[in-house]
Structures are given as structure tokens and as C-alpha cells.
Design a protein around this ligand. Structure first.
Ligand code: MN
Length: 442
């Protein structure tokens, strides 16, 4: 098993075109160089959810492609095991199986492929599909690797002591809840919880009025590790399957009252939304970035340090948050962008999150999800949450239609987008990660 980050090969060639015409448009998130995996069925049907791969505006139905004899026996076998409609068994096979599938799809979907006729019948239009969470997520851990977010939020909660002294040494995280993770399109009722206003004597149970989003990446674990067996940093990426966008919806008023001393709890676990397509580590290979530390910051402890991690431990993913309010929807107005940032600014890398998570012997399992924490840029307008953009609700944002927001209102839909661009390579994207806030339950 290779312990080097994924290599560049023919499947990354920017000149490669697909016989699926929509995969060749400049604006598509899903050119033939991407080939992300998800789980889908025809919307409104009683069909079983099944794994697929996005190509342009289409989906390759993987079981149908297997039945059409597109894949070698080895690739077909890699897709055959496990629970129906869950990618866990395939994820557990690690990078070799992922790479074999990628290469087979790249060849079969390329212009001039002799397999076009056979594969054509295995395509389903994305416009007619609905998605499910792509695997059984056993455990979900949310990290806190956005140092600009950690500093800005720290200032709001603790003006005198924004960044706690452990931050630059240990990749901070908490164990979240997987049962409430949904896929793009998720709608959820505004959560209720205990909140206590600054001038109130006692808390009350009521709907959150400081509901927020968090702009994050999610890392799906591929191969697991045995309980008691740590993961060396040079092997850490062998355990990463791919990345999704993740919105860690957060109720700031519930959070402020409950978070000490054990951290987030009910402020975070009422809903979390991921994008439907997992962009694999192989697809991301051209978009790696160095891991660096600012002058004066401590270097990571040796178990979190390696030459490969320093050279290209980070991922250069451009990120955006957009909002569409109910009034915008009613007026036929498109979503409006609130901020942009990049995952390349993360203070801890994917490899460091994995290695740190397992350093005590904790066992990661195929399909586990690791959140990156909110990815905010250095500038105030690059913030990945409303908490930061509005300075804790003090400075309302004015939207293009004249509405204002401090925190989310009922009917607001939030969309996260992510994409990778680099000269000499084809742009790839993550697709939308959208969720909508509904009124609190009576
Ligand atoms: Mn978070």
C-alpha cells in the first residue's frame, strides 16, 4: 500500500474529454477528471438507493454499469460487497480499489471509448435524481482547524483570551452525532433549547434565535484502524476516502449557555448537512498545498509532522456560502453570496486530524466522518459563519433585496459550494450542499 499522497496520472490530464457532452462544459463541477461517488435513486421512486458517480449532468449507475459488463471482475467485485446502498464496504478497501474504479471509469467515459454504447444505458440524469447520505456514518467528529474562526469566535466568547493555549499544539475536536447528518436538500425545524439572555436571571426552553451555519469540509474515513493501533502520519492518508462539503448548523444561544465545561452538545446535533458527492483523494491530487506555520508559531510535535505533510498536506479548495431567504425565493431571486474562503488556510491537515484522532488507539472505521471546523479566511468578510460576519449579531448584514440578517430566519436556505482550480488542470467542484431552516415545531 502506497503511503505517498495520490499521484498524478492519465485520469488528471486536462485535455481528457468525455462522450458525456455536459462533462466538457467549463462550468461543470463534474468533468471526467473528478468522478466523485455518491448514493442516489430516481426522485420520488421506490427504487433502492445505489452507488453512482457524477459525470457532467449525469450519474453513472454503478450496479447497472457492472451488469452491463463495463468493469473488470476485480472492479465489479470491489463494488459488490456490503450493505445495499451504502459505500462502507467499498470505502474499507482503501485507495487501490478507488484507483481501479477511477481508471476504469475514466477510460469508459472518455471520448472514443468502445464502451460508450454499453455504458450509455447506465446513465441517470442528475436532474431526476435524489440522494442519500452515502454510507452508514458510525461516528462523526468535528475538529476546529480554522484558526481565523477559532480566534474570531474566541474573541466573542472570551474577549481577553481568544485563542486558548492548547490550540497551536493539539488539533481540537469534539465527538458529534451522526444520526442527524443529512444530505443536501435537508430541511429541519429551528431547534429549541435552553437559552439564557444576558439580562435574564434563569434560562428558558425556547426556539433558538441565534441560528447559524458553519462552512466546513468533511473527510470520510476509508480504511479503518484496529482498536489500540495508532496511525503514523505518513500512513494517515491511506485512511482518508475523500472530501465533502459540510454545514455544521449551530444554535449560538444554546451553545453559549451549554458549552462549558464539556463543549458543544445540543447546539450542534439537531442537523448537519453534507454535499451528496464524495470527491476522492485521487481527484484532489492536483490541488494539494503546503502545510506551513507562521513565524513564531510552534512546529507540530513529531507525531504530527512529516516531510510529505509539510510539502503538500493541505488541500486548496475554494469555498463559498450563499443564502436565499424566503422573500428572495418568492421574488424569484437567486441565492446571494455571503463570503468566500479557502481550505488551504486550515491550521491542521487531514493527515494530522486522522493521526491525532488515533494516537491514543481510538479506532476509526470506514464511513466515519471528520469535520474540518469552520473555514474562515484572515479577513472579516471571509468568515464562514454569521457569528463572525455580524460580530456576534451586533452588525446586521444588508442583503441585495434590502433584507437584513444577524442570524438565520425561518425559510432561509444556505448553500455551500467548493471547487478546485489550478493552472494546467481541469477545474473540479463539489456540487451544492444546501439546507433550509423551517419554523420551530409548535
Ligand atoms: Mn463546527
Amino acid at each position: 500500500m502506497s503511503h505517498a499522497p495520490a499521484r498524478l496520472d492519465f485520469s488528471h490530464d486536462a485535455a481528457l474529454r468525455s462522450w458525456v457532452a455536459s462533462a466538457n462544459t467549463p462550468e461543470t463541477d463534474f468533468p471526467i477528471q473528478n468522478l466523485p461517488l455518491g448514493v442516489f435513486r430516481r426522485a420520488g421512486s421506490q427504487e433502492a438507493f445505489r452507488p453512482g458517480v457524477a459525470i457532467g449532468e449525469q450519474i453513472v449507475d454503478l450496479p447497472a454499469a457492472c451488469a452491463a459488463g463495463i468493469f473488470s471482475d476485480a472492479v465489479a467485485a470491489s463494488l459488490a460487497g456490503g450493505e445495499p446502498g451504502q459505500l462502507n464496504a467499498f470505502m474499507a478497501l482503501g485507495s487501490a480499489a478507488r484507483l481501479a474504479l477511477r481508471h476504469a471509469l475514466s477510460e469508459s467515459l472518455s471520448e472514443g471509448s468502445p464502451r460508450q454504447a454499453a455504458l450509455q444505458s447506465a446513465l441517470v440524469a442528475q436532474a431526476s435524481a435524489e440522494y442519500a447520505v452515502p454510507c452508514r456514518i458510525g461516528d462523526y467528529t468535528d475538529f476546529y482547524t480554522g484558526i481565523h474562526h477559532a480566534t474570531a469566535v474566541g474573541k466573542l466568547f472570551r474577549p481577553d483570551n481568544p485563542l486558548l493555549p492548547n490550540y497551536k499544539w493539539v488539533p481540537i475536536g469534539y465527538h458529534g452525532r451522526s444520526s442527524s447528518i443529512g444530505v443536501s436538500g435537508q430541511k429541519f425545524a429551528r431547534p429549541k433549547g435552553q437559552t439564557k439572555g444576558p439580562n435574564e436571571e434563569v434560562p428558558q426552553l425556547r426556539p433558538s434565535h441565534r441560528l447559524d451555519y458553519e462552512l466546513e469540509l468533511g473527510v470520510f474515513v476509508g480504511q479503518g484502524n484496529a482498536l489500540g493501533e495508532p496511525i503514523a502520519i505518513d500512513r494517515a492518508e491511506d485512511h482518508a476516502f475523500g472530501l465533502v462539503l459540510l454545514n455544521d448548523w449551530s444554535a449560538r444561544d444554546i451553545q453559549a449557555w451549554e458549552y462549558q465545561p464539556l463543549g458543544p452538545f445540543l447546539a450542534k446535533n439537531f442537523a448537519s448537512t453534507i454535499s451528496p458527492w464524495i470527491v476522492t483523494l485521487e481527484a484532489l491530487a492536483p490541488f494539494r498545498a503546503p502545510f506551513t506555520r507562521a513565524d513564531g508559531d510552534p512546529q507540530p510535535l513529531p507525531y504530527l509532522d512529516s516531510e510529505a505533510n509539510r510539502r503538500q498536506g493541505n488541500f486548496d479548495v475554494s469555498l463559498e456560502v450563499l443564502i436565499q431567504t424566503q422573500a428572495m425565493r418568492d421574488a424569484g431571486l437567486a441565492s446571494q453570496r455571503l463570503s468566500r474562503s479557502s481550505y488551504r488556510d486550515a491550521y491542521w491537515t487531514v493527515a494530522q486530524m486522522i493521526t491525532h484522532h488515533a494516537v491514543n488507539g481510538c479506532n476509526l472505521q470506514p464511513g466515519d466522518l471528520l469535520g474540518s471546523g469552520t473555514q474562515s479566511g484572515a479577513r472579516a468578510d471571509q468568515a464562514g459563519s454569521l457569528l463572525e460576519l455580524t460580530a456576534g449579531g451586533k452588525n446586521a448584514l444588508t442583503l441585495a433585496n434590502g433584507e437584513t440578517r444577524t442570524f438565520l430566519q425561518d425559510g432561509d436556505a444556505v448553500t455551500l459550494r467548493g471547487y478546485c482550480e489550478r493552472s494546467g488542470f481541469r477545474r473540479i467542484g463539489f456540487g451544492d450542499c444546501q439546507g433550509q431552516v423551517l419554523a420551530a415545531k409548535a
